[in-house]
Design a binder for this molecule. Structure first.
Ligand code: IPM
Ligand code: MN
Length: 361
């Protein structure tokens, strides 16, 4: 009997449902040929869950995610829910599911094939062949640190968050970065603000000690976040694996994503717990939702990351080949379209990748 994976789908808001539909289409097609099956459980998340249950991540949805082999998430948020605060915001639902799944390592790979170098805001010769992986700590740091609060009135009104990491939290995410580096070009750049922040000094000391004890074969350097942001613009090809905390990783990964010309191409995997969460880095893009303009490739590439994590490497590779072939053939959604390209809708891109991926298996 062939293997059946249980996948919880969280299409979410805006373009989320459209891109998830294309990703599922591609997934079903490659599964049929690779000889495994999928069982889906579709649930509301983010704004959709606020509308339905007045909660951006109801406990029942969390339970459905925990019961799955993997979770695919589209995007959450939009202007309709922007007036909400605190736990009622769509974004807080996303933070909750990451935390509940124990997904402490967020992998955000960026590669720029020659066919996309022209799309970059940088000169093509600066980015052609670029291939970097950000490993962002995802369930700690200033996103989750206590205390957090607000008090007072007028000019005395103040608010605070806490940036805190334990040695254990730093070590487990650093291990993920070192392990990936060994499978890649064997280099880790750890990014912090150790010239100012105590939490960053602990970060740096911990990464150094772990490196010496277990990963001395991997090249390691340390960079302050401000310098790293600059290096991302002037010489991004120097990076192999970037290891960093939650908020620095949030910022740097968006910067890295634009190197290939569009956020619409960047997948991510949030792993470390028993069930992985796979989602594109882009948001819900409410301005183009429902118009067939969304780029489904980041979501489709997130499915490839999921298949790798499930051990279905051949199917994952076929999907990546499919995406490369479709881009090489000149098909582009609006975010990437340039003179000479073929403008393709969300569904067309999904169909093209599906056919190319199946043919590549
Ligand atoms: C991301 C997003 C989220 C984050 C938001 C939507 C909570 O920007 O996945 O990068 O800050 O982690
Ligand atoms: Mn972000």
């Amino acid at each position: 009997m062939s293997k059946t994976y249980k996948i919880t789908l969280l299409p979410g808001d805006g373009i989320g449902p459209e891109v998830v539909a294309e990703a599922v289409k591609v997934l079903d097609a490659v599964a049929g040929k690779a000889g495994f099956a999928l069982e889906y459980d579709t649930r509301n998340a983010g704004g959709a869950a606020i509308d339905a249950h007045n909660d951006p991540m109801p406990d029942a949805v969390v339970d459905a995610c925990k019961a799955a082999d993997a979770v695919l998430l589209g995007a959450v948020g939009g202007p309709k829910w922007d007036h909400l605060t605190g736990r009622l915001r769509p974004e807080s639902g996303l933070l909750k599911i990451r935390k509940e799944l124990g997904a402490f390592a967020n992998l955000r790979p960026v590669s720029v094939p020659a066919s996309l170098a022209e799309n970059s805001p940088l000169r093509p010769e600066k980015v052609a062949g670029l291939d970097l992986l950000t490993v962002r700590e995802l369930t700690g740091g200033i996103y989750f640190g206590q205390p957090v609060g607000e008090e007072g009135e007028g000019d005395d009104r103040k608010a605070w968050n806490t940036m805190v990491y334990s040695v254990g939290e730093i070590k487990r995410v650093a291990r993920v970065a070192f392990e990936w580096a060994r499978k890649r070009r064997n280099k880790v750049t750890s990014v912090d603000k150790a010239n100012v922040l105590a939490v960053s000094r602990l970060w740096r000391d911990t990464v150094k000690a772990l490196h010496q004890a277990e990963y001395a074969d991997v090249e390691l350097d340390h960079m302050y976040i401000d310098n790293a942001a600059m290096q991302m613009v002037i010489n991004p090809r120097q990076f192999d694996v970037i290891l960093t905390g939650n908020i620095f990783g949030d910022i740097l990964s968006d910067a890295s994503a634009t190197l290939g010309g569009s956020l619409g191409l960047l997948p991510s995997a949030s792993v470390g717990g028993p069930v992985g969460l796979f989602e594109p880095v882009h948001g819900s893009a409410p301005d183009i939702a429902g118009q067939g303009k969304a780029n489904p490739l980041a979501m489709i590439l997130s499915v490839a990351m999921m298949l790798d994590a499930l051990g279905e490497e051949a199917a994952a590779a076929a999907i990546r080949t499919g995406v490369d072939q479709v881009l090489d053939a000149g098909y582009r959604s609006g975010d990437l379209w340039r003179e000479g390209n073929k403008l393709a809708s969300t569904t067309q891109l999904g169909n093209l990748v599906r056919d190319a991926a199946v043919a590549a298996l």
